[in-house]
Design a protein around this ligand. Sequence first.
Ligand code: SAM
Length: 179
Amino acid sequence: MLGRPRHALDLGPAEGREAVFLARRGVATTGVDLSAAQVDRASRWWKDTPGLRFVHAEAVDYLTSSTAPFDAVYSVWGAVWFTDPELLFPLVARNLAPGGIFAFSQAEPSPGAYGPQPMHGKWLEGRESGLTVLRWQYTPQMWADLLKRHGFTDVDARILPAPGGEGLGTLLVRAHGPA
Ligand SMILES: C[S@@+](CC[C@H](N)C(=O)[O-])C[C@H]1O[C@@H](n2cnc3c(N)ncnc32)[C@H](O)[C@@H]1O
């Protein structure tokens, strides 16, 4: 999915399992997560892994001020799901090295529920009233069109069926940054 990156950026790593996987294979990996608790835990769990660091920041804020180009930017059911692509995609493009890869996954969209969708998760119960978390959902073709409009090339967007064929599958998207 990511080719052979030297520097990778994980948007929304939470516990950092994918980031540590890459770092153990010699990829200098930065994980950016807006949850201080997740960043604190991942930093403690993987503190002895060379080439791995976790940063407490919101993805758009981080990419706005970052100057180090990455060979791969990826997000596993992470920040890409929760961020307006019209804001995020130009920043990802700007932070990719030439030939760099942008890849992300998230749940398959429910039919007809496209664009920003309010999240109704059990984990939101008991939080302060009025808190709304949005998730951006589109069909593979809509994601491909969005990416192409922002200059990405070689876009491959597809749905991987759920194991056993029941329930929602996984949306998987991969593209090259603008030339
Ligand atoms: C469902 S978890 C996925 C975690 C991990 N990638 C995995 O596969 O287990 C989503 C993570 O994205 C983070 N996140 C959501 N929106 C974000 C944003 N705008 N900027 C940075 N992190 C964000 C959340 O804090 C959370 O840790």
